[in-house]
Design a protein around this ligand. Structure first.
Ligand code: PEP
Length: 244
């Protein structure tokens, strides 16, 4: 049985002090029934990590460099993230893809994640144009196959299906649609791991809709942006997920 996941992506929000306070307000969340992951900005990882150390909430980075140590100004290596206590790293978020992270770079980042002991949360998703074109599944399967080329299937990894038109817009896929797309994605996974790999839905998830998504057989968790920035709304999502 796949354990449900609630992951919060803070994106480039909060100062370090504000992030630390947000993390402090998560310490009493009941995370006994679901896996909870928080992805603050790089600058916050040390202090937020210290706050969350006493909880079962796992720490994630929002991306990582394709390179290891060396002359790569401004980059952050997977080794550094693992040393800061990160267990997960988001790879291929649509906001990163929108700034030039193509499938090839996503594949390199997945490899670096495995090399440095981080579990990649691999984001895929179509924009509105692809959604309307009727070629959505072909597009998504292409992203999945490219990522799978870099995956070490002896290790844990996750996919997050995040339709771009639903991110930060208040629009969501319907729970049935998320189930149907995620079921198709699962069908692309190697047979020996397909039943174990967790696939999340992301896109305007909130407390009011989380149970609908998670009641679907193939939807194993949620990746939450905006609603993870307030402790009360994130805890309400965790509670909702825990009751499915
Ligand atoms: C995200 O950033 O991955 C996301 C799904 O954002 P939001 O929940 O705000 O739509």
């Amino acid at each position: 049985m796949r354990r449900k996941v609630v992951a919060g992506n803070w994106k480039m929000n909060t100062t370090v002090s504000e992030g630390e306070k947000l993390a402090e307000r998560l310490v009493d969340a009941d995370v006994s029934a679901v896996d909870v992951i928080v992805a603050p900005p790089f600058t916050h990882l040390d202090r937020v990590g210290s706050v969350l150390e006493k909880t079962d909430i796992a720490l994630a980075a929002q991306t990582l460099s394709v390179d290891t140590f060396g002359a790569h100004t401004g980059e952050v290596a997977g080794e550094m993230l693992a040393d800061l206590g990160c267990s997960y790293v988001i790879v291929g978020h649509s906001e990163s893809r929108g700034r030039g992270e193509n499938d090839e770079i996503v594949a390199q980042k997945i490899e670096r994640a495995f090399e440095t002991g981080l579990t990649p949360i691999i984001c895929i998703g179509e924009d509105e144009e692809v959604y309307n074109s009727g070629e959505r599944l072909d597009f998504l399967k292409g992203q999945v196959r490219s990522a799978l080329g870099a995956v070490d299937s002896s290790k844990a990894f996750m996919f997050a299906y995040e339709p771009i038109w639903a991110i930060g817009t208040g629009k969501t896929a319907s729970a049935d649609d998320a189930q149907s797309v995620i079921g198709e994605i699962r069908g692309e996974l190697p047979k020996e791991v397909a039943d174990d790999i967790r696939i999340l839905y992301g896109g305007s998830v909130k407390a009011e809709n989380v149970e609908g998504f998670l009641s679907k057989d193939d939807v194993d968790g949620v990746l939450v942006g905006g609603a993870s920035l307030k402790a009360d709304s994130f805890k309400a999502i965790i509670d909702g997920a825990s009751h499915v």
